[in-house]
Design a protein around this ligand. Structure first.
Ligand SMILES: C[S@@+](CC[C@H](N)C(=O)[O-])C[C@H]1O[C@@H](n2cnc3c(N)ncnc32)[C@H](O)[C@@H]1O
Length: 204
């Protein structure tokens, strides 16, 4: 394992602590068989409620053997299966397999988000729910212009995170129907703290 592979999940886990307060409202709505895309370092696991039967965590970043991740998985009250895979390719799951799909601060990092959303929709049951909290493009024109200007630099520095994506538009283009959407400014740097919290459905 190279230094980068060793460092990446540890650094990510440390950085993602800053948004822990925002997780429960979205994660607690999950039920049944859940697919979590962009599983990261399993920071959402403690927030799932008893209505959840299992979680399949998908992420291209390997975290096998990282103590804090193993501990979160061991403490879960439901089975957790990790799959090291990117979401913007064909997913190895049958159509309609999951009751819920969840992403938290992940659509920003997926190179082809529409391909991922299309696969997420395919593996979600008709009537199932896609729960998300993501950061993205600001509602303020001036901030959005700065996001566009700085995005190439930011993407390069972070290894793939985009700050200027219109998340609600992407979710709808991916074939979902938005049932609720809350856009708000979280504490933190204004370019990175424009949040999109929502629930979308797969109607048929
Ligand atoms: C900012 S982190 C968020 C991690 C986690 N969801 C959380 O809330 O702590 C973004 C995650 O997206 C993952 N990711 C990047 N490209 C991906 C892809 N093509 N498919 C699925 N996940 C991807 C990264 O490995 C990383 O774990």
């Amino acid at each position: 394992m190279g230094v980068r592979d060793w460092l990446a999940p540890r650094l990510l886990d440390w950085m993602m602590r800053s948004v822990d307060d925002l997780r429960p409202e979205t994660v607690s709505q999950a039920h049944g068989e859940v697919l979590e895309v962009g599983f990261g370092t399993a920071r959402n696991l403690p927030h799932y409620q008893p209505a959840v039967r299992s979680v399949t965590g998908l992420d291209p970043m390997p975290t096998e053997g990282l103590a804090i991740v193993e501990q979160r998985i061991a403490q879960a009250r439901f089975p957790v299966e990790r799959t090291v895979l990117r979401a913007d390719g064909e997913l190895p799951f049958d159509a309609g397999r999951f009751d819920c799909v969840l992403t938290t601060w992940t659509l920003c990092s997926i190179p082809d988000p529409l391909a991922a959303l299309s696969e997420m929709r395919r593996v979600l049951k008709p009537g199932g729910r896609y729960l998300f909290i993501e950061h993205g493009r600001s509602e303020r024109a001036r901030t959005a212009r700065w996001q566009d200007r700085l995005n190439p630099l930011w993407r390069g520095l972070t290894g793939g995170c985009n700050m200027d994506r219109r998340m609600d538009a992407l979710v709808e283009q991916g074939g979902f129907q938005l049932a609720s959407l809350d856009r708000f400014q979280a504490p933190g740097p204004s370019l990175l703290a424009c949040m999109y919290r929502g629930v979308a459905t797969r109607e048929r």
